[in-house]
Design a binder for this molecule. Structure first.
Ligand code: ISE
Length: 336
């Protein structure tokens, strides 16, 4: 079977990472297009791609028949303007999280996919492809340690750029836990509550960080999430699961341990690009294989919508300090 021709849309931090991934590590696919309005960014990405062409926008790439599938890696607020034309062109799509930042726009995407009659969208919640998350999910499902009672999640970034603002704590960062907690507990998020830890003065002035988020599932599992984007020391995503019989922990760094200067130290990641590199690779490889079979292999647009609906509750909880219940539309039979 011939290689799947992929266009990466957005050549920022994540898009350029995917360019290198597709070019060097993914089997059965080739990068044929980079869609990016900023010419210098596009050129920097194209320097790592042997056969790809530059297109300033998605319509130009579609009109040139430059690809068989699209990987969207622009910021979440720009996803809809690429998703709609790509869906109309009948192209399979791997869309970085969040599908869209709010449930209204996510529902517009869902209805566009449903009316096309074909599963074309996979959402890039890459943690579902991480070895630790997969083994924890399997342990929970096995019932070996009894029922899952609660989760303690820590999501820590060393720093964030100036463009990162308070609401992004929820829709750009906690959105990962919103999907992961639902995935691990196998139950929808029922309510969200947010409190602030004492503010870290080393973070950007406009940011009230870190926060503590409580996610409650329909099944009664309570997850605490420490969302911290100014922790300074490294990139860390850990989860501890509390069972009826014991505890399980994932996400402890496996970096080199050093014994020197009367100290023991272990290297930690500094970015999600390395922490989740294997998960990103596995996600993209499995998507390529699935697309060739005319399907998806991962979270759907409906999963993207559910996350957006819980994000909406999370934003209200962040602004009001109250516990906010999530509300969801009825699932279309298309996604069953
Ligand atoms: C970023 O967009 C990501 O998706 C990272 O996984 C997350 O750790 C970070 O907080 C987000 O800003």
């Amino acid at each position: 079977m011939s290689d799947l021709r992929i266009a990466v849309v957005g050549a920022g931090m994540m898009g350029s990472d995917h360019v290198v991934r597709i070019e060097n590590r993914i089997v059965g696919a080739q990068l044929t297009a980079v869609v990016e309005p900023d010419e210098s960014r596009a050129k920097a990405a194209l320097a790592n791609a042997s056969n790809a062409k530059w297109f300033p926008n998605i319509d130009a790439a579609i009109n040139a028949d430059a690809m068989d599938a699209v990987l969207i890696a622009t910021p979440g607020e720009y996803h809809e303007e690429v998703l709609i034309p790509a869906l109309k062109a009948g192209l399979p799509i791997l869309c970085e999280k969040p599908l869209t930042p709010d449930p209204q726009s996510a529902l517009r995407i869902v209805s566009a996919e449903v009316s096309g009659g074909k599963s074309l969208i996979q959402v890039g919640f890459m943690r579902r492809f991480d070895a630790g998350y997969k083994s924890l999910r399997a342990l929970i499902e096995s019932g070996e340690q009894g029922d899952l009672l609660g989760l303690h999640c820590a999501h820590r970034n060393p720093t964030v750029p100036d463009s990162y603002h308070n609401d992004m704590l929820i829709y750009d960062s906690v959105v990962h836990e919103i999907d992961a907690v639902r995935f691990l507990a196998n139950s929808p998020i029922k309510s969200v509550q947010v409190r602030n830890l004492k503010r870290n003065t080393l973070g950007p002035e406009k940011l009230n960080d870190p926060i503590l988020v409580l996610l409650e599932t329909d099944s009664g599992v309570l997850a605490t999430v420490e969302m911290n984007v100014s922790v300074q020391f490294g990139y860390q995503v850990k989860t501890e699961a509390v069972f009826e019989k014991g505890i399980a922990e994932i996400g402890r760094t496996s970096g080199m341990t050093r014994f020197s200067d009367s100290k023991i130290s272990v290297d930690e990641h500094t970015t999600f690009k390395t922490r989740f590199a294997d998960a990103f690779d596995s996600q993209v490889q499995r998507w390529v294989i699935a697309v060739k079979k005319g399907t998806i292999d991962g979270p759907s647009a409906w999963d993207g919508y559910l996350a957006a609906a819980a994000v909406e509750a999370g934003l209200e909880a962040l602004h009001s300090g109250k516990q906010v219940n999530c509300t969801y539309e009825k699932k279309p039979s298309f996604y069953k």
